[in-house]
Ligand binder design. Structure first.
Ligand SMILES: Nc1ncnc2c1ncn2[C@@H]1O[C@H](COP(=O)(O)OP(=O)(O)OP(=O)(O)O)[C@@H](O)[C@H]1O
Ligand SMILES: [Mg+2]
Length: 226
């Protein structure tokens, strides 16, 4: 479980983006973080991933305080897929997937190639292996970015607007696809897409102006805000 306690975060220009945030993200779940533009969703993800350091409060991952964790332990535990995916355009999908484990874990290329191929097979997208990011659709790129993140076998994965480039049908398919992965990896998905949130997540929260306006079962949270 990821636990956030009395978190306050202000940017260097003085803008306070998060006010006394308390929430829990359980394992083996997909949790949806919803809310208006500017309500602090991305800031919260960045604090959990420790790309931003909150001024006060505490974040624990499986009972470990993230502020004291070694960088490599944190990155092995929490993966992040940003809205713009950041697939490397000059590498095919298989090469994209092998890059971080090669650099971070220093593992042999042959072994990683086998593992990456098996991962694409397991995720139902083996045909993407040799494609370059510019040759695949938005939905395929989204899956490829997650496949790449899963190569480091994180317990948790943070997704910022995973369906923003997808149409309604693809985003629903993507929700079902994600649900099949949640036993091994728990997902926290920031999303504006309420259909996706309902299809993918059992629990969620809604943020307003840096605070949590409501949290709980997804149907209740979405019903209260639409
Ligand atoms: N680098 C920054 N410097 C100063 N203020 C920032 C910075 N990044 C974000 N903010 C402010 O912090 C608040 C929260 O922003 P954040 O990006 O977390 O919102 P969001 O909920 O992710 O919005 P969106 O749905 O548009 O992505 C906003 O008021 C925003 O203007
Ligand atoms: Mg955002």
């Amino acid at each position: 479980m990821i636990k956030v306690e009395t978190l306050n975060f202000s940017y260097t220009d003085g803008t306070q983006a998060l006010f006394d945030i308390n929430c829990e993200f359980p394992s083996e779940h997909i949790f949806a973080v919803m809310g208006d533009s500017g309500s602090g969703k991305t800031t919260l993800l960045n604090c959990i991933a420790r790309f931003l350091m909150p001024q006060t409060g505490k974040i624990t991952i499986d009972d470990q305080d993230t502020s004291g964790m070694a960088e490599i332990d944190l990155r092995n535990k929490v993966g992040v897929v940003f809205q713009r995916l950041h697939l490397f355009p000059h590498l095919n999908i298989l090469q994209n997937m092998m890059l971080a484990p090669t650099l971070v874990q220093n593992r042999p290329v042959k072994e990683l190639r086998k593992e990456a191929s098996e991962m694409l097979e397991r995720l139902g997208i083996p045909e993407l292996a040799e494609s370059y990011p510019s040759q695949v659709s938005g939905g395929q790129a989204q899956r490829a970015a997650i496949a790449r993140g899963l190569m480091l076998k994180p317990s948790y994965m943070l997704l910022d607007e995973p369906t923003s480039a997808l149409d309604a049908r693809t985003s629903e398919e993507f929700a079902l696809w994600l649900k099949e992965l949640r036993e091994d990896t728990s997902f926290i998905a920031v999303t504006h897409d309420l259909l996706f949130a309902r299809a993918a997540a059992r629990h969620g929260m809604y943020m307003e102006q840096g605070k949590i306006a409501s949290q709980g079962v997804i149907e209740d949270v979405t019903a209260a805000h639409c």
